[in-house]
Design a protein around this ligand. Structure first.
Ligand code: GLV
Ligand code: GLV
Length: 321
């Protein structure tokens, strides 16, 4: 049994595959495979371990209906046509949970970096513009006691809410498809409508999945309802915000600042004006980029491959064909 792996992945996953007697081919070049290349590679393998945003759409799945399993090394599966996979009886796996803390840490980092203009200040020093101490310049804002708004209260949203309560005593409000009673009980989180979330959040952080309902949800109309002092944080998927509308909202001071680990499109162009705004912090999609999270994700993806190749149910399944 042979697996095709679309990127170099941590040893923890490869080791597990080897110990199960599974051979693999890694795509080791630092570029995305084209859809045609991915199909051609998968034709020679029994399973796919997919990292990055390769489209696992109906056309791909139909061309590769022989695959016994597709294991994503990611929690988000917006790049997969799950209904098509289920119809073709191809099990899809993902890696939830193990990256929740790392991703919440990234949101926390962006909140603080944005509130204190930290990335901009770092650049100021590098440009030799650090002149003298100015009591009225470079002022940021404190997070203590500010209201955290979570859009999409799942595992990552809860991990962030817990950190914010502990570190800054932040009251938590959230909006979700359904109530999260655990978050309400453990974190005192209060369920609110989408409009109330926009109006009342001092920091609004996105942790929902990208779906037709959440795509483009944060546009000019949404930003116009937020506080002028609000910070917008996105570590989920760039396609949930309209980036031109976001830039406009920041330039007009409709909102105060933004911290992005995901952009729309990705990668962000190096000339994007957002990169030169003091109240903006941008990272290149490193939400889960810790040794702990990535080695755990590789292990979970390998476990899904091993189960799928045996015809057993996946331990971390997206569908159940
Ligand atoms: C990364 O973006 C993931 O979905 O794990
Ligand atoms: C947000 O509305 C979600 O569905 O998670």
């Amino acid at each position: 049994m042979k697996v095709f792996i679309t990127r170099i992945i941590p040893e923890s996953g490869l080791e597990l595959l080897r110990s199960a007697g599974i051979t693999y081919t890694e795509h080791r070049e630092k570029r995305n495979l084209s859809p045609e290349e991915l199909i051609a590679a998968c034709k020679m393998h029994d399973a796919l371990l997919s990292v990055g945003g390769n489209k696992i759409d109906a056309a791909f799945l139909e061309a590769c209906s022989h695959l016994k399993v597709v294991a994503l090394m990611a929690v988000g599966y917006d790049n997969v046509d799950v209904a098509a996979a289920t119809a073709l009886k191809i099990p899809i796996g993902n890696t939830p949970g193990v990256l929740s803390n790392a991703t919440a840490d990234t949101a926390f980092l962006l909140m603080l970096a944005t509130a204190r203009k930290a990335f901009h200040m770092h650049k100021v020093i590098g440009k030799g513009e650090w002149g003298f101490f100015e009591p009225t310049a470079n002022l940021g804002m404190e997070l203590n006691g500010k209201t955290l708004g979570v859009f999409g209260m799942g595992k990552i949203g809860m991990a962030l809410a817990k950190k914010c309560r502990g570190a800054f005593d932040m009251p938590v409000i959230y909006h979700n498809r359904s109530r999260n009673e655990e978050a309400e009980r453990l974190l005192g989180a209060r369920y609110v409508s989408f409009e109330e979330l926009l109006k009342n959040s001092d920091v609004l952080s996105l942790h929902a999945a990208l779906t037709p309902e959440t795509a483009g949800k944060f546009d000019a109309e949404a930003f116009s309802q937020m506080k002028p002092s609000a910070i917008f944080i996105n570590t989920a998927r760039g396609a949930m915000h309209n980036e031109l509308h976001l830039l406009d909202a920041l330039q007009r001071q409709t909102i105060w600042g933004a911290g992005l680990d995901v952009t729309n499109p990705e990668p962000m162009n190096k000339n994007n004006p957002l990169l030169n705004m003091p109240n903006v912090a941008v990272l290149p999609h490193i939400g889960s980029a810790t040794v702990e999270a990535r080695s755990g994700m590789a292990r979970m993806a390998a476990e899904n491959i091993i189960a799928g190749l045996k015809g057993a149910p996946l331990p971390y399944a997206v569908n159940n064909p």
